[in-house]
Write a protein that binds this ligand. Structure first.
Ligand SMILES: [Zn+2]
Length: 147
């Protein structure tokens, strides 16, 4: 950590204020320059970190998950109830999470919502229908054995 004299290149001790050879003031302080460079270095790194997710966001990230969730929810309404309603809700939730993290296009958010809530609604509607059917059949089955 010796400091070279800017005029005569004489090597001086790190804490010397004046050159040992020519007595010219050693104004520049290399340790301070080093610290400033170290403090500035994180900024380019942070900028790269901020830019990386934006750059990796797929331009063609047309929410395939959201579309699958919506189709599953529609199928759940039409026939299958919980068998496709539960997957629709799960896939819809995953699609919403992907959209929130910027991994999928925000344009597909409504399809993900349809998949999520449509899947839940279809599951509930078919579930309620199933419960009613069980209750009705239990009541009709119990009537012959009534008093
Ligand atoms: Zn000198």
């Amino acid at each position: 950590m010796t400091r070279p004299c800017p005029k005569c290149n004489q090597m001086n001790p790190p804490n010397a204020a004046f050159c040992l050879n020519c007595a010219s003031p050693l104004a520049e302080a290399p340790p301070f320059i080093g610290q400033q460079q170290a403090q500035q270095q994180p900024w380019p790194g942070q900028n790269v970190g901020v830019n990386a997710p934006l750059a990796s966001t797929p331009a063609g990230g047309t929410g395939q998950k959201a579309m699958i969730a919506m189709i599953l929810a529609i199928v759940a309404f039409l026939c299958c109830g919980p068998f496709t309603g539960v997957p629709a809700a799960v896939v819809g939730w995953m699609a919403l999470d992907a959209i929130k993290n910027g991994r999928e296009s925000a344009d597909s958010k409504w399809m993900a919502m349809v998949g999520l809530w449509g899947g839940i609604a279809a599951t509930l509607i078919h579930g309620v229908g199933y419960v009613f059917w069980v209750l009705l059949s239990a009541m009709s089955a119990s009537s012959p054995y009534g008093y």
